[in-house]
Design a protein around this ligand. Structure first.
Ligand SMILES: CC(C)(COP(=O)(O)OP(=O)(O)OC[C@H]1O[C@@H](n2cnc3c(N)ncnc32)[C@H](O)[C@@H]1OP(=O)(O)O)[C@@H](O)C(=O)NCCC(=O)NCCS
Length: 329
């Protein structure tokens, strides 16, 4: 058997669209308030794509930054994996547009849909390709344009989501000498299939006038059920990733930016302070698959990932799905 190749994160990048949508914008549309949103979620503003932008555009902008940071040319890429639930089109895959625009001539390309766990799923997939020797350079992206899929009349969900993209370039650790992925795990529990759901537009309920009129192409969230699951799963995933390691070895925890209260509740269960946690939910809201890679990139660029220390990434989302990764930076 071919020995496993050690895999590293050679570079990170992210991009958010320019349009800033503050909480006050929703006060004009629906029965809500800035105070409620900040107190219940920690979100102060989020970004929305421009009318002529779509998810692949966000992917390309984030990818270019990750390619530059990792000193990788597009033609060096063997594979592009995009984690998204809001692709430009349902056919073909968003990643093929990214491949075209970047000019990644040698790269294979596919999308993965694991909702908010999309980036961790793309990362885990890319890691496996490099580890097995089937690829050397893999671009793993998490990207969403969720503003296109929210029901702006549903106050329990529309205030939560934002748009953006984050990317990493994976390479053999021998080549990049940083960010070695020590653990990558994925999990699912389809019992929670309907907690976060888009009812219309698929093979179960194809698009029709009726599905459009009843807003069945928008994301529906059973917030309280997800909240309970999220606190428990975030705590459990962090414990799993840290097994056998001490808190002192950790320099950075990057959790899915779903709700500030969920992050704080998980920290309380772990008995941790927030000093090592990356939180940017106040700026971007929940960008689903993009949330972890955007937060990781911002933390890396701020110098919070220290060489030789541990970085933990955790996410969960619709499915239900969850994932984690332990990285030695
Ligand atoms: C959605 C979420 C912020 C709601 O917070 P919460 O503290 O659980 O609030 P509740 O759902 O219990 O609602 C409390 C009250 O606020 C009201 N409310 C809901 N959204 C509101 C809004 N935007 N503005 C004002 N009031 C709102 C509710 O109607 C409810 O009123 P009631 O008590 O009269 O019924 C929270 O549950 C959450 O973050 N869940 C996870 C989100 C998620 O699924 N994300 C996607 C997957 S990762």
């Amino acid at each position: 058997m071919t020995p496993r190749v050690r895999v590293g994160i050679a570079g990170t990048g992210s991009y958010v669209p320019e349009r800033v949508v503050p909480n006050s914008w929703f006060e004009q549309q629906i029965d809500t308030s800035n105070e409620w949103i900040v107190q219940r979620t920690g979100i102060e503003r989020r970004r929305y794509v421009a009318p002529d932008q779509a998810t692949s555009d966000l992917c390309v902008a984030a990818a270019r930054r990750a390619l530059e940071a990792s000193n990788t040319k597009p033609e060096d890429l063997d594979l592009i994996v995009v984690g998204t639930m809001s692709p430009d089109h349902f056919l073909p895959a968003c990643s093929t547009l990214v491949q075209k625009v970047l000019g990644a001539k040698r790269a294979g390309a596919f999308d993965v849909n694991a909702a908010c766990t999309g980036f961790l799923t793309a990362l885990s997939t890319g890691e496996a390709f490099v580890a097995s020797g089937r690829a050397r350079r893999v671009l793993a992206i998490g990207a969403e344009s969720l503003s296109r899929f929210v029901d702006q009349t549903d106050r329990t969900s529309c205030i939560l989501f934002g748009d953006g993209a984050g990317a990493v370039v994976l390479a053999p650790h021998d080549e990049c000498q940083q960010g070695e992925i020590l653990r990558a795990s994925l999990g699912a529990d389809g019992e929670g299939y309907e907690y976060i759901h888009m009812v219309g537009g698929g093979s179960r309920k194809p698009s029709s006038h009726e599905t459009v009129d009843s807003r069945e192409h928008a994301i529906r969230v059973q917030g309280r059920e997800v909240y309970r699951f999220a606190v428990q799963q975030m705590t459990e995933s962090i414990r799993q990733m840290m097994e056998g390691h001490s808190y002192d070895e950790l320099c950075l925890l990057v959790p899915h930016q779903v709700n500030r209260r969920i992050i704080d509740a998980a920290l309380e269960r772990l008995g941790w302070s927030d000093e090592k946690v990356m939180v940017n939910i106040q700026e971007y809201g929940n960008t689903s698959a993009a949330s972890v890679p955007i937060a990781l990139d911002e933390a890396v660029r701020a110098g919070r990932a220290q060489k030789g220390k541990l970085v933990v990434l955790v996410a969960f989302g619709a499915g239900l799905t969850w994932g984690g990764s332990l990285i030695r930076w």
